[in-house]
Design a protein around this ligand. Structure first.
Ligand code: RP5
Length: 199
């Protein structure tokens, strides 16, 4: 990567906002994925209901601050992505956070069912949507930022290689249970328990 590319990448390109700190459990997957791809981002709690003035300020100043994509996560009567989209022409991606009462169906419909005129790119409910919002943001940024497009290509290649490396699901399941270098597979746990019993 050239110095010019590094400098350009230091500026925040993605604004990750969410309605509440309680959304972080979901939205941290967006942050982790952006980090993995080397996309500069910021994270903020901005509530459509509790801090409406802050929401207006954030959305209307985002373009001026150099942000190119906004990812907004919210749950329940999830107005944040739609209201954000109404105050900016930047692409807004919405992540429906899983709500307790309706398992996120309320969040999904609130975010997806925007009337014609103000679009919100709506992802899946919960963790999958949070990860995919980051990947989709990277794909959008990849049109102008070649290094991000290449990072996304590498992510895809590694994902494919990982699947092809473990074609047998039984082996893959065993590998998934190896936690922190310690084999926690059911067989191993049985052996360890026996060892303890026999001193
Ligand atoms: C929404 O209300 C937030 O996005 C969150 O998902 C939901 C519940 O917020 P808390 O009551 O946990 O702060 O505005």
């Amino acid at each position: 990567m050239t110095d010019g590319q590094k400098n350009r990448l230091q500026a925040v390109l993605v604004g990750v906002i969410m309605g509440s700190t309680s959304d972080w459990e979901t939205m941290e997957h967006t942050a982790k994925t952006l980090e993995q791809l080397g996309v500069p981002f910021e994270t903020r709690v901005v509530s459509a209901h509790r801090t409406p003035d802050l929401l207006f300020e954030y959305a209307s100043s985002a373009e001026r601050r150099g942000i190119e994509v906004i990812i907004a996560g919210a749950g329940g009567a999830a107005h944040l992505p739609g209201m954000t989209a109404s105050k900016t022409v930047l692409p807004v991606l919405g992540v429906p956070v899983e709500s307790k009462a309706l398992k996120g169906l309320d969040s999904l419909l609130s975010i997806a069912q925007m009337p014609g005129g103000i679009p919100v790119g709506t992802l899946a409910i919960g963790k999958a949507g949070a990860i995919n919002a980051a990947l989709l943001a990277a794909a959008i940024l990849g049109n102008q930022h070649r290094e991000i497009r290449e990072a996304l290509r590498k992510f895809r290649e590694e994902q494919t290689a990982k699947v092809l490396a473990t074609p047998d699901p039984a082996v893959a399941a065993t590998m998934n249970t190896v936690i922190g270098g310690r084999d926690a597979s059911p067989e191993s746990v049985k052996i360890e328990t026996k060892r303890k019993k026999h001193g």
